[in-house]
Design a protein around this ligand. Structure first.
Ligand code: GCV
Length: 710
């Protein structure tokens, strides 16, 4: 199978010849989806042989009626038409072989014996072939409407990737009920840590009049099983809860609804005081509770399928329950109770820390903050409150150990917060495919009570039998045609959705799917892009953040350029403690901050001992001399030099690798990505030189290879 943008030289020649005409036909060009805006939903036409061989019924029949089911039906028609060039007959009943769509309940009357081979859960789907009314049908069945839509997307994905559906019989259920993205959009249209242009939701303090992109975003999210989206920054403007603003937000919910994406909002805990006119926002004050109830009732009056709220409190200058000597559970519960009658949930972020820590005190440690703040509150949060925990204990650095918080809550719902937008990982200017990192986090075995308890099972609620839990990804897409500001970065959004659906998928499988859907199935394209993406995190890490020391970016500025000094001697606590003797934070129980004590005993043992601690997080847990010898046999200092030189070299090699795809990828994306790799190669050299010089000045130990002269 070959897509429109793949390897045929003839096609390339034809395209080149057509370019002047395409420019002369702006209307035609505009009518087409720009490839980037379509992301992985391009539905590129299959080649004629593949089309001829593809066995699919010629009609579709939908049972049931709802906006989501309507989207499912439309999507199926659009996808089949674009990829196979066939127009599906839309039939009111089964008059022959057909693709049959519906929930199990709606299909019961026509196919009472239809039973999936394993149970279908909410949002899950079943693709199967069955005889219905004497006709062989391809059935997309589900427990709910959303599942039917997801089943359609799954079928279309298979077609796009050239997979046969002959004899298919497949049940897919999501790993966790919560699969949400968070957007950090401000109402003025700027996105905090957003690198893909202005907000698709807001401009100038209001909801945009044109919400086309918001609807397209919901469709993209639905295609990977994401069922919720928080539309505004966790540093929330209180005004989002003003009645006239809720009326505006309703319009966004309206464009989300057909795609089964529940809208939610970040809220400021002090809203009852700031916009409600109360004298207090004390969560235990009855007037405050009544204010939240009334406000939530109003939200649901306008948006009946509203998802809930996200709260950032007592963090980075935000107001919080500490103002009244109350706990985070008190704060979460006052909102949870208002949401409860409407089946809404509140995500309460565990990202709570003091950013005025005294850096002189070697026992102080920001990494301990989440656990210190939340562990003692375990069991005090209501059942519709979820503690949202960043993957690591600091803040989305290029390498961190997993947060001990995941094993620290047994009677509290959890969600993991992953960052899709590349704040500390190259801001979409560098290639950094984060799925391998997330996989390491999700698969990390916390050994709670000495048993196998990987993070994915803690957050999904499996280990402690919690009613609700899952995944929140900070996406921050913007108005750019490529959504995230770079076409290759979209693999992170795709990968987040796929992992939230099934964390058992391998990084290789995810990147293979994404590449085929986004660029077509030319084997050279698939192999090359997979290699680039799969190596990119380690390459980025090797020239920016060695051995778990942190990202070493300028943390007081743009979180992008090298700035290792900025981490030290201030209260933010992203310390690496590099001095003339050595480098790394001593977080041991024996001599350090005691952070390691927050993990279950088997994990403690691994990190506490220098002999057992893995090299890649060594400097996160231990302060060692520059001459300390790693498991790799290299000294710390030489590792820093080597990894920076090797990393910069790998970044340079990305250019040559990408160039092998000239003529195999459409010129627009080929040139865009090429320019990005060329830029990244230069930036990697900048990083290499900055860090090597910095560490040489500190340590006084030269590079054994003599590669640089400070
Ligand atoms: C939205 C980091 C980011 C902030 C972000 C914060 C958070 O500190 O730099 O931009 O604020 O995390 O997650 O709340």
């Amino acid at each position: 199978m070959r897509s429109r943008f793949c390897s045929s030289t003839m096609l390339h020649v034809l395209l080149t010849a057509l370019i002047p005409f395409l420019f002369a036909m702006p209307l035609f060009a505009q009518a087409e989806h720009a490839p980037e805006t379509a992301a992985w939903l391009r539905y590129a036409p299959l080649d004629s042989k593949a089309v001829m061989n593809y066995e699919l019924p010629a009609a579709s029949v939908l049972f049931g009626k709802s906006p989501i089911l309507e989207s499912a039906k439309q999507e199926l028609s659009v996808g089949v038409k674009k990829m196979l060039g066939r127009t599906l007959k839309l039939s009111g009943g089964i008059k022959g072989s057909a693709i049959v769509l519906g929930t199990m309940r709606d299909l019961h009357d026509i196919a009472p014996l239809l039973q999936p081979p394993s149970p279908l859960e909410a949002d899950g789907y079943w693709l199967t072939v069955a005889q219905i009314r004497h006709a062989e049908c391809l059935v997309i069945a589900a427990a709910n409407d959303r599942g039917v839509l997801y089943g359609v997307f799954a079928l279309l994905s298979k077609i796009a990737r050239g997979q046969s559906v002959t004899g298919i019989n497949e049940v897919q259920n999501p790993y966790a009920p919560i699969r949400w993205v968070n957007q950090w959009d401000n109402l003025d249209g700027h996105i905090e840590r957003g690198y893909g242009g202005p907000s698709i939701f807001f401009a100038d303090g209001r909801v945009r009049s044109d919400l086309t992109r918001a609807g397209e975003y919901a469709r993209l999210l639905a295609s990977i099983g994401i069922n919720g989206c928080t539309i505004n920054n966790v540093n929330a403007a209180p005004g989002v809860l003003e009645d006239d603003f809720i009326a505006q937000v309703k319009r966004i919910a309206d464009v989300f609804r057909p795609w089964g994406v529940q809208l939610s909002m970040s809220v400021d805990l002090s809203s009852p005081k700031l916009i409600g006119g109360l004298a207090t926002f004390d969560p235990l004050d009855e007037h405050v509770a009544a204010w939240w109830r009334k406000k939530v009732d109003e939200v649901y009056r306008q948006i009946p399928d509203f998802g809930g709220f996200v709260v950032k409190a007592d963090s980075e200058g935000r107001s919080g329950p500490s103002a009244y000597g109350r706990t985070h559970a008190d704060a979460a519960n006052v909102i949870a109770r208002a949401l409860k009658p409407h089946a809404g949930v509140v995500f309460y972020r565990a990202f709570v820390y003091n950013h005025h820590l005294d850096w002189h005190d070697p026992k102080n440690d920001r990494a301990k903050a989440a656990y210190d703040n939340f562990h003692s509150l375990d069991g005090m949060f209501d059942d519709n409150a979820i503690v949202q925990i960043k993957n690591g204990p600091i803040d989305f650095q290029v390498r961190e150990p997993v947060s001990p918080m995941f094993s620290g809550l047994r009677r509290t719902n959890e969600a993991i917060e992953l960052q899709i937008t590349q704040e500390y990982t190259g801001q979409q200017k560098h290639l950094c495919f984060l799925v391998p990192m997330w996989k390491e986090v999700l698969d990390f075995d916390m050994r709670v009570d000495g048993g196998s308890t990987p993070v994915k099972d803690l957050i999904s609620g499996r280990v402690f039998h919690r009613p609700v839990g899952g995944f929140a990804g900070v996406a921050n897409v913007g108005l750019d045609a490529s959504w995230l500001g770079s076409p290759l970065a979209m693999a992170n959004l795709y990968g987040f959705g796929r992992l939230a659906w099934n964390p058992g998928l391998s990084s290789e499988a995810i990147i293979g799917e994404w590449t085929r859907l986004t660029f077509g199935s030319d084997p050279l394209v698939v192999k090359t892009i997979a290699h680039l993406q799969l190596s990119s995190w380690q390459v980025y890490e090797s020239y920016t953040g060695p051995l778990g020391a942190g990202t070493l970016t300028n943390i007081l500025g743009n979180h992008y350029d090298p700035g290792p000094e900025s981490s030290e001697e201030n209260g933010w606590g992203q310390w690496h403690r590099a001095d003339h003797q050595g480098i790394g934070m001593d977080r041991t129980i024996a001599t350090g901050t005691g952070y390691i004590g927050q993990y279950p005993p088997e994990v403690q043992k691994m990190y506490e001992s220098l002999a057992a601690c893995p090299d890649n997080v060594l400097l996160f847990f231990h302060h060692v001399p520059y001459t300390y010898v790693l498991h790799s046999g290299n000294t710390v200092i030489q590792h820093v030099y080597d990894s920076h030189y090797e990393g910069a070299e790998h970044a340079r090699e990305f250019i040559a690798e990408w160039k092998t795809l000239e003529g195999h990828v459409d010129p627009e994306r080929y040139l865009d990505v090429l320019a990005r790799f060329e830029f990244q190669a230069g930036e990697a050299v900048k990083w290499r030189d900055a860090i090597c010089n910095w560490i040489y000045r500190l340590s006084g130990i030269p590079d054994q290879e003599g590669r640089f002269r400070p």
